[in-house]
Write a protein that binds this ligand. Sequence first.
Ligand SMILES: Cc1ncc(C[n+]2csc(CCOP(=O)(O)OP(=O)(O)O)c2C)c(N)n1
Ligand SMILES: [Mg+2]
Length: 545
Amino acid sequence: MKAVAAVAEILKREGTTFLIGYPVNPIIEAAAQADIRTIIVRQERTGLHMADAVSRITSGQKIGVFTMQHGPGSENAFGGVAQAYGDSVPIVVLPGGYPRRITNIPPNFNSFINYRNVTKWCEQVVVGDAVPDAMRRAFTQVKNGRPRPVLVEIPVDVYQEEVPEPLGYKATPRTRVAPDPDAVTEAARILVEAERPVIYAGQGVHYARAWQQLRELAELLEAPVTTSLEGKSAFPENHPLSLGSGGRSIPKTVFEFLKGSDVIFGIGCSFSTTNYGVAMPKGKTIVHSTIDVADLNKDVVAEHAVIGDAGLVLDALLAEVRDRLKSKPRGRKAEVTRQIAAMKAEWLAQWMPKLTSNDKPLSPYRVIWDLLRTVDAANTIITHDAGSPRDQLSPFWESTHPLTYIGWGKTTQLGYGLGLAMGAKLAKPDALCINVWGDAAIGFTGMDFETAVRERIPILSILLNNFSMAIELPIMKTATEKYRSTDISGHYADMAKAFGGHGERLSEPGEIIPAIKRGIAKTREGIPVLLEFITEKEINFSIFK
Ligand SMILES: Cc1ncc(C[n+]2csc(CCOP(=O)(O)OP(=O)(O)O)c2C)c(N)n1
Ligand SMILES: [Mg+2]
């Protein structure tokens, strides 16, 4: 068989049911021939974001795959792969390559050379019959260990070479890494001896699907829980021990309880230094559990470490902690949950005027608050974009069910949210999939709203249009005054309609909820929706330092 047909057959055996891509790449045609649905985007970056969400929403059980052409395709795709790398998302990227005789000759873009720093595995296939080996290596890497993108570049003259038959390829194994028992014992001791422990959960809990164990540990220790932005929804935020979560902006409870803790237990997290994550206060005893030793003692000093899959780590810890506590309650729960509830109520009361504001232009907080109260949270997957929408949404959106929030921000590419919502909808067609973004964000990937219409991916897009890059106002004062450099414009509801979607522009507070309800109904009819809310240039955030 031809190498390109072998690629399609291997994808099938690995469980790929749809291939996201942009021409020209013969894998698209071969996949269609093998009955893999092909989904064509308007630009590579969005397609990668879609593949990314497929992997996230399925905890990597289903791996998103994206293919594009050599040269411009792989050049233009770079952002999407870099974003997945930054946020540790496992995807398979299949670029074409220039013909072998010129692949290493300038100025030809060589994916093998250029993508090495944004993938965990990067290979160029130099001869047709090596395709199965290359695919096996890539899938083994993407399904195991720390999640991150893998890439196999196939030069255009390799696709038509022969691969011997029969093709012996079998789906690669997926396995987990168990922790060192001594490290678990040590961690259990520290956690049980701690007076005011706080659990900080990252997205490792999502990939391990260890939500139940996380909850059991928190309840056993009677310890409050917060998550990273990526880990958001790993712990029910309506649980009395939840501190809530956020990235740059956070609930007051997150800030105060971390500050007041003696021990912080990070599970399935990287503790990376980032503007879009809570900085760990100094002077705490840190117990760090991560799947990748590369994160250990990188940005945060951890005297105690447990390396392994978050699920297996939590299983082992639960056994040890139970053993130590001997079914005796800690006697802390009543006081801790009372403090959390009181502080949360005080903080929310402070924000309530914005969350329920009747102002015009609309407060973005009011839009978000009304959205939260209108959707069925258990059956909704929401994501933010970069900029103010993230900082306005993440602290106030109460996530109650696992993987109902896609948080991100180790790198913050404007326009990421649209592809995430579309990929989530592909992975979970029955969920209401929402992206909340600003008018700068839509400038990057808005054209792919057409993809949502054409490919029948009925998402609900909430646009907060303040005709500005508002978050940049404080640092671009002169440029704004002299040259209006933060102004932007557009009528995006009209754009959505022009693409065949449902679009509405809204400026009345009383219209927010009815419009959301109409929008949800339209998505149920299979029509993507863009609700464009005209908002004020709000740049007050729930930030604590
Ligand atoms: C690709 C990319 N370029 C630049 C930035 C920097 N950036 C972050 S937010 C922002 C402006 C956001 O404006 P908008 O989405 O309209 O939200 P607003 O602050 O107006 O509510 C910019 C330029 C980025 N995050 N991504
Ligand atoms: Mg804006």
